[in-house]
Structure formats: C-alpha cells, structure tokens
Design a protein around this ligand. Structure first.
Ligand code: ADP
Ligand code: ZN
Length: 717
C-alpha cells in the first residue's frame, strides 16, 4: 500500500476478505490514529505477522490508478531520489475526486408569472429569463455569463421564485472535434506534419523535436498530431509555460477543434480540479493543457504528449520533488509507449544533443508562415551611445520608438525585472535595503507603494529615512524595473497608450486575456513587459521590440546563462513583425562582443550552438556530463555548517564522480534558512542516484536541517 506521504516506501496492509483488490485500487488505510487515502501498490513485502496487519477499505467509486501511472511514480521517485509517497502525493492532489461526483444545481424557469406576482423585471433579469426560455437548465455561473449579468441577479430571481433549482449529474465536457478542417498548411508545415503523422501511425514510443523559427506555425503542425490522436479516441496532454497567459493559444485551439481543452494549473478552483482529475481518470477529458503538474494526472489512455517551448526553464520544479517536467514527460511517454513532441524555436542543448545522437527525430520549419520575415536585430552599444543620466532608453531606441508610434504601429519594451527599481540605496551612508530573511535586496514597487523581496515575498513600506544612518530624504532608487521604464516612456510619449505586463500587474488568466485583447485591438500602443510577455503571443501590428538590458541574464554562475539568454532574447525578438509589416529588434547591451549578442545580431544560431556545445563538452557540463546539487539548509547556521562538513567527510570516493563544495550558496540565506551547496559532477554514462542514496544514508541529519537533492539542477542560486 503506498500512501501519499514522504515515507521510505510502501507499507504492508491486509486486504479485506472477498475479491482481491487489484493494484491501483484507491483505498482508505489506517495509519497511527488517522485514516489516510492510499493506493494498492503490489505484493506485500511480508515478514510481518498477518494478524498485526491492519485492514484497508477500498473506495467504492474511485477509478483505478493505471499501471503506467504507478510505474511513473516509482520511476520519478527513483530518478529524483525522493520517497515514492511524495510523488504519489502529486498524483493524488485532489483527494475529493476519489469520491463519486456530486450532483450540481442548475436553474430553469419556474411556472410563476412575474406580472401576476408583481415582481419587477429589470433589463438584466429579463435577459436571464430569455436565456432560459430556450435550452436546458444552466448552472448559476453559466447563466450569469450567458446573460451578461452578475451572479446577484440570478440569486435575486431565485428568491423572487422565478427560477426553480434542479439537481443534475455533471454533464461530460464538450469534446474537441478532430474532424474539423485545419488551415491549409504551407509546404514546410505539410512536410513536417506528414512526417509526424507517419511516426504516429508507426506507433510506440518516439520523441520528435519540432524545431522551427518563431511564427513558423509549430502550433499548427502539432495540432495535426493532436487531431490524429483524438481521432483514435485517445487522450492528449499539452504542456505550456505560463499557462495563465496563454489566452491566444486557447482561442486557436477552440477555433481548430470547436471546443476548449481542459486546463490544469495552480489557479484552478478546487471544484474544477476535482472535475478535471476525475474526467481525466475516466477518459472523459480528451485534451489537457497544463503546467508541469499535468504530467501527474491519472490519464486513462494517454496517446500523445506535446511540450511547447520545451527549452523553457519554468518546466523545472524547484520545490518539493525537484524534477524537470520535460524530461519526466519523455519518461512518461516511454513508459506509456506513446509519442511525444517537443516544440521550440530555440531547443535546449539537452534536446539538441539527443537529436544529434539520433535518439530524437527532428523536424525543421525554417521560415515564418506567410509573408512574415524574421525581424532585423540591431545591437545598441550602451558604452558608446548611453542613455541620458538616470534614464534607461538609448537615443537609438527612443528614435525607433518615435518612428514606430508615428507609423501607427505597436512597440514592446522588454525588461525581465518586475517593479520600479531593484535596489534602494542611502546616498548618505551607502546602506542598501535588504530582505531580513534572504540574501537579496528589496525591490521597490512604486505603484503598490511597497518594497518587496522577490524570493520570499517579504514586503514593507518604504521607510521615510535611512534605517541605518537616519538621514532624511537620502534614499534613492537604483536601476530600472518595468515600472520605471514605463515612467520614462510616458514622459517621452505622453500621447501613447502604455501598459505594463508583469506577473504582479496582471493578475490571473482573465486579466491577462483582457490585456492581450487590448493589444490585439490596438487599444495599446506600447507595452512594457517581463518574460511573461515574451512567449507565444502573436500581435500583427507589433513591429518594434526593444530590450532594455540584454545582458541581464549573463551574470552569475549558471553554466546555462548564455544559452538561456540566447533563448530568451530570441523569444522576445520573435514577437516583432509577425504579419505583413516587417519587424525590428534593438538590443541594448554593454557587451556587444559577447557570443550571445553576436549570434543575435547575425542570426547565426547554428554557430552559437556549435560554440556553446564545444564549451560544454570541454567542461564536461550537461548535456555532455551529469550534475546534481545538494542544498543543505536550516535556520541554525552552525548546524547547517556542521551537517555540510559531515556530508563532505562522508562523501563516498568513486572514480569518475567529483564532489565540489560545500560552499555557501549565492543565495546564502533564503526565508531565514542558511544554505550550503554541493555540486556533484560526473560523466554522461554515470548514474548519480545510487551514489547520492549511499551518501545520504551515511549521514544523520540533525533536526531543523534539510537536504534538498536536485538532479540535473537548473538553478545555481
Ligand atoms: P510558432 O508556434 O511557430 O511561433 P504559430 O503556430 O504561432 O507559430 O504561427 C504563427 C502565426 O501564423 C499564427 O497566428 C498562426 O495562426 C499563423 N499560421 C501559421 N500557420 C498557418 C497556416 N498554415 N495557415 C494560416 N495561418 C497560419
Ligand atoms: Zn526575502
């Protein structure tokens, strides 16, 4: 019996007499004084007196957890060096879904005649009644939405007796229709789609890299694959980064397939999660579009996985079970013997290495769809043509903005930093305002009137005087965030309609969708955004992209810094000139000689990749070597250091495995916890997990100290 808890493994229980319960059965199991939900995992270990075993009770209405889901849990647990119960907990994230679906309350018109009863009918009330006059009973939320009224109007009608409540079984979701015609594919797209469909028809496990420039129609190509799998009646999982910002993607899906897919991400309400989980388990939901956690849904019959923007760093889960959703998705596809498609304009080096080695098939879309061309990229050398003092826009960028706005086109400025300024400094004593709990400066958010820590969320009012020397009026904002750039642009272009798009200014999927609509409808001329703005969007009138600080991602000790900066800049640049009007990109940089900047300016991706691969190969870094990180943390610095010292002493000596550290992490404290890091390095063919397991088993971890295991680390903070 596996319980969704961080226990070493499965526990033995006695099954109730009668029919044997097959593995995958959800059960209620006593543990200590509690009753927990768990899953029948396999044969008992034995060795415990049968009479001492406690008995489980099966949940009568729960679906079965399929074998491939169980294998996946075990696999992920082994790979990430985590207890299988911790992985199972991700599968069982909505325990209510194991109960039978509850009936829902819907409303229909009652027999009461409003006039006879003397009930006042406002226009809003009339609209609700007219919606109900044709068609079936509706949920209160549906009714309000269709009639364009607030939920209060529906409630009012109910208490006036004009509506009757009826109990319904939740209706199955509307199914995407694979037979609707798609757009006519271009020659390249058709060739790629044909090859992909050929792979799907062959069946079994396969990985296909769909490598196409921004705007080449990768989405249309993988939609063909989705249609094929839907026609076979199987399920599809699509993973997108920034799912809450993907309104355009959803609109395209609905247009292509005539129905919305199910979604799975952290902003879903509990009842929605429950509904989706259950429908996925029963095979009633055919397409799930989600964040990385969608991988752990209990698909009844998964037939295809698609990872869009496969290079995106947000597929790495950093808390709890630390895993890379792209890599685990490939494993899930292998276990399920199904195809997986990885799409990107800037594939990760990991994926490219697999394609080079012939493990992944590769499809290429070399040009943008239709008449659109890739934008021209120009480097602005900030050493030679700097902005005016205290400003962030170079003369060249200001001029380009002027021209773009004068032509009636749209522009986007990109800066991957939320807020107004990343640092508040005292001019009198040099004091920097830091987070009390993290090794980090507090970021000023002027719109909100707060100083905030971007690591732990700590927030405070800006102090009136320096907290250190008490000087009055000496605190100054240093460096730019998107709010500050917006302020500068508003002063330069007072006529322009300006919007800021960052995760703290655009809250939730609806607000994001509304902003995207405003940009599409050209109610906004100039957009200032962080990375949430960089992906996927298609704005035909957007012709200029300006990157305020192209060097931002290059500092620090991340071995992938150059690769990631190149990916990010390519992505952002890819927003410009996606339709008839040609686009251009200005990158403000202090390092125009840097290989990333040279590659951006020349458009020579292959050369950059060749150099980057060579550098990684020489340093035996991923994908040509393996890394794992151990992060020791705790509130008590002495204990953390002591544990790190113990770990260093006990690290097993093995040829071909190097252990670096311990060293204080760059983020030396986080949320009040002190942090020490180890980095484990080995060749590609070495498995690090047995080594780490053996290592950890040799050390006793004092209370309050935690050791985080991060296989294939992407964060080095
Ligand atoms: P990518 O994902 O490669 O960046 P998209 O799939 O988003 O590219 O396509 C870019 C734009 O071109 C989208 O607006 C899409 O609707 C349009 N497009 C791509 N292929 C076609 C096609 N075959 N017919 C019509 N429009 C297309
Ligand atoms: Zn903090």
């Amino acid at each position: 019996m596996l319980l969704p808890l961080p226990l070493a493994g499965a526990y033995d229980y006695r099954l109730p007499p009668g029919d044997p319960l097959p593995p995958g059965t959800f059960v209620e199991a006593p543990l200590g004084g509690r009753h927990l939900l768990g899953v029948v995992w396999g044969e008992p270990e034995g060795g415990i007196d049968e009479k001492k075993l406690r008995e489980v009770t099966p949940l009568p209405d729960a679906p079965l957890l399929p074998e491939v889901s169980r294998d996946f849990v075990d696999w992920v647990a082994r790979y990430t060096v985590q207890p299988p119960g911790s992985v199972l907990r991700m599968v069982m994230s909505v325990s209510e879904a194991l109960e039978p679906p509850r009936p829902v309350t819907a409303y229909m018109r009652s027999d009461l005649d409003p006039e006879a009863e003397g009930v006042r009918l406002t226009p809003a009330r009339r609209r609700v009644l007219s919606v109900l006059s044709d068609g079936p009973p509706r949920l209160a939320t549906e009714l309000a939405r269709e009639a364009g009224v607030t939920p209060g109007v529906v409630k009012g009608l109910l208490s006036a007796g004009l509506l009757d409540a009826v109990q319904l079984r939740p209706s199955p979701p509307r199914q995407p229709d694979p037979d609707r015609p798609g757009p006519e594919l271009s020659q390249y797209q058709a060739a790629a789609a044909d090859e992909l469909l050929q792979t799907l028809r062959t069946g079994g496990f396969s990985v296909t890299l769909l490598d196409g420039v921004t705007g080449s129609g990768k989405t249309e190509v993988y939609f063909e694959a989705i249609a094929h799998v839907l026609a076979e009646g199987r399920q599809v999982a699509v993973m997108l980064p920034e799912i809450a910002m993907s309104a355009q993607w959803f609109a395209r899906f609905a247009e292509r397939f005539g129905a919305a897919p199910a979604t799975w991400h952290s902003e879903l309400s509990r009842p929605e999660r429950r509904r989706v989980w259950r429908n996925v388990a029963e095979g009633k939901v055919k397409v799930v579009v989600g964040a990385r956690s969608a991988l752990f849904l209990p698909y009844a019959d998964l037939g295809l996985i698609v990872i869009d923007e496969e290079h995106d760093a947000s597929f790495k889960q950093e808390d709890g079970v630390v895993y890379h959703a792209r890599d685990m998705a490939v494993v899930r596809a292998q276990l399920g013997e199904i195809p997986i498609v990885l799409a990107s304009a800037t594939p990760s080096l990991e994926t490219l290495a697999n394609a080079d080695a012939g493990r992944y098939a590769r499809l290429h879309l070399p040009e943008r769809h239709g008449v659109a061309e890739l934008p021209d990229v120009t480097l602005v050398d900030m050493r030679r043509t700097p902005p005016p003092r205290g400003k962030w826009l170079s003369p060249a960028l200001t001029e380009a903005l002027t021209e773009t706005l004068a032509a009636g086109e749209q522009a986007m400025l990109f800066l991957n930093r939320r807020g107004y300024a990343p640092l508040t400094l005292c001019r009198a004593c040099g004091y920097r305002i830091e987070c009390p709990r993290c090794t980090a400066w507090l970021v000023e958010h002027r719109l909100a009137g707060r100083l905030e820590c971007h690591h732990c969320g700590h927030s405070m009012r800006p102090p009136p005087q320096c907290p250190n020397c008490e000087a009055e009026g000496a605190l100054v904002a240093c460096g730019p965030g998107v709010e500050r750039v917006a302020e500068e642009v508003a002063a330069l272009f007072p006529e322009a309609a300006i919007a800021v798009m960052a995760s703290d200014t655009v809250r939730g999927p609806e607000a994001a969708a509304e902003l995207v609509r405003q940009i599409q409808d050209k109610e906004i001329d100039l957009l200032i955004g962080t990375q949430i703005m960089a992906k996927g969007h298609h704005f035909p009138m957007l012709t200029l992209v300006g990157v305020i600080d192209a060097d931002l991602g290059l500092a620090g000790g991340d071995p992938r810094a150059a690769e990631r900066t190149f990916q990010m800049l390519s992505q952002v640049s890819g927003r410009a000139g996606r339709a008839e009007r040609p686009g251009r990109v200005l990158l403000q940089t202090y390092m125009p000689e840097h290989p990333v900047m040279r590659a951006m300016a020349s458009g020579d991706r292959e050369r950059f990749l060749a150099e980057e691969k060579a550098a990684r190969q020489a340093a035996k870094l991923p994908p040509y070597g393996r890394l794992a990180a151990l992060v020791v943390s705790g509130p008590n610095i002495a204990r953390v250091e002591e544990t790190a010292r113990m770990l260093a002493l006990k690290s097993p000596r093995v040829d071909g495995i190097d252990v670096l550290g311990p060293a204080p992490a760059p983020l030396a404290t986080l949320r009040g916890r002190h942090r020490q890091r180890f980095l484990v390095k080995a060749g590609r063919d070495v498995r690090l997990q047995p080594y780490i397991r053996q290592w950890l088993a040799a050390v006793k971890v004092p209370s309050g100290v935690r050791i985080k295991v991060d296989i294939d680390p992407y964060s080095f903070l």
